[in-house]
Design a protein around this ligand. Structure first.
Ligand code: PLP
Length: 412
């Protein structure tokens, strides 16, 4: 369909796209309140899988309730690495033993960035971009401040992210660490992970990728791209639930060398010996610190299994179809009303959300939410719509953008 066809289409044409959608049955695997809400924010908090309700009741009643502390040695203690391996091998292109589910994204970033800087003594610079997610910027600023390092900020076009040549221009013999989000949280721009990782390595630096907006939305190839370190959350496209633990990836060849700064008992060799002094555990276990959050891990595991069941290739395909549909509607309906698409038009360079720029974005977002269309405002001028492929329908996109069109027409 061309943009004109889409713009002239009625709601029935969106319903027809839904009927033809191979992932359609997965929508029924999520909890839907009967409130008519159009949810276009699954990239901030994914919907609740129905299985999560069952699994959480089970883990509280049958496991915590009856096995009590015995449950730690009956499987709970293994969950961070077991779920990490499922996530890594099925969705992140990571061989077993390199991914653990733990902490928050922020804490994982801190641990891995700190470990990377310690592994490049004498180098004085960190490369990242001004438009990186706030927590990433703050964590890097904190580490740079403590160590007297300089951050080389890349200022790129806000509708895109840094391209390899922009990274190359500030990366060299002084660079210790190059760190970016794989998919930009505002524009959905997909960075060239392979080229940027390669050029960082050519300069002798390590790379740390934040996968919050790509994990569960598109295939990620950490091993094949020779990524050193990565982190991400499980509560966006992986539907792990509010505050579900994050994940971290440390490439196998770095695991002996890298030391993370939060020396907790559960990252120690023979933790239950409770011995003197910290001696790091073998492998990825050394990246852990304290007691795993079992309820959050259980929910994260359910969300991850649902994504694995649907298949990341099919999810990516639908994410592209949903964002193409949204962009066609935006071009046809909203562009004449002053909205511009602030996400890449090349679908291979775009994640599963779309940024729509308008000077009144802040009030438009507030009104949309009041009217039951849940979107995100992103400063200064973006209405961000997240199109979580397993739970968002083409009709949701149609309804949400139709409501936005109505608001803009009332204004005009
Ligand atoms: C959502 C998000 C985070 C969130 O960090 P938390 O510690 O989980 O709050 C971090 N980085 C990016 C790129 C994100 O999109």
């Amino acid at each position: 369909m061309t943009t004109m066809d889409v713009a002239n289409s009625d709601r029935e044409s969106a319903a027809a796209l839904d009927r033809a959608d191979g992932l359609r049955r997965f929508r029924d695997r999520f909890v839907f309140a009967d409130d008519g809400v159009v949810y276009l924010d699954g990239n901030s908090l994914g919907r609740a899988p129905r299985d999560t309700v069952v699994q959480l009741v089970d883990v509280v009643e049958s496991v915590w309730g009856s096995r009590l502390i015995r449950a730690w040695s009956e499987g709970w203690m293994d969950l961070p690495l077991r779920i990490g391996d499922r996530l890594g091998t099925s969705l992140l292109g990571a061989a077993p033993g390199q991914v653990a589910v733990a902490d928050s994204t922020t804490v994982c970033l801190y641990k891995l960035a700190s470990a990377a800087l310690a592994a490049r003594p004498g180098r004085t610079e960190i490369v990242t971009d001004r438009d990186n997610f706030p927590t990433d910027r703050y964590v890097l600023e904190s580490l740079a401040g403590d160590r007297g390092l300089t951050i080389r900020w890349i200022e790129s076009d806000p509708a895109r992210g840094p391209e390899p040549d922009e990274v190359a221009a500030v990366t060299g013999s002084r660079t210790a660490l190059v760190s970016f989000s794989h998919v930009a949280y505002r524009s959905a721009f997909v960075l060239d992970m392979q080229a940027i990782t390669r050029l960082a390595h050519d300069a002798g630096a390590l790379t740390l990728w934040d996968l919050c907006h790509s994990a569960g939305a598109m295939p990620v190839e950490l091993d094949a791209n020779e990524v050193d370190l990565a982190v991400g959350c499980t509560y966006k496209y992986l539907n792990g639930g509010p505050g579900a633990p994050a994940f971290l990836y440390v490439r196998a060849e770095h695991q002996r060398e890298l030391r993370q700064p939060i020396w907790g008992w559960l990252g120690r060799r023979e933790a239950f010996e409770m011995g003197d002094g910290y001696e790091r555990a073998e492998g990825i276990t050394a990246m852990l610190s304290g007691t795993p959050p079992i309820l959050g891990l259980t929910a994260a595991g359910v969300g991850i299994e649902l994504v694995i069941e649907a298949g990341i290739a099919a999810i990516r395909e639908k994410g592209i179809a949903l964002t193409e549909f949204a962009i066609a509607l935006a071009d046809g309906w909203l562009a004449p009303l002053g909205v511009s698409v602030a996400s890449p038009r090349d679908s291979s360079r775009r994640g599963a959300h779309v940024a729509l720029a308008h000077p009144a974005a802040r009030t438009l977002c507030a009104r949309l939410i009041r009217d039951g269309v849940v979107v995100d405002f992103r400063a200064p001028d973006v209405v961000r719509i997240g199109l979580s492929p397993l739970s968002t329908s083409f009709t949701d996109v149609w309804d949400g953008l139709d409501r936005l069109r109505g608001l803009l027409e009332e204004e005009a």
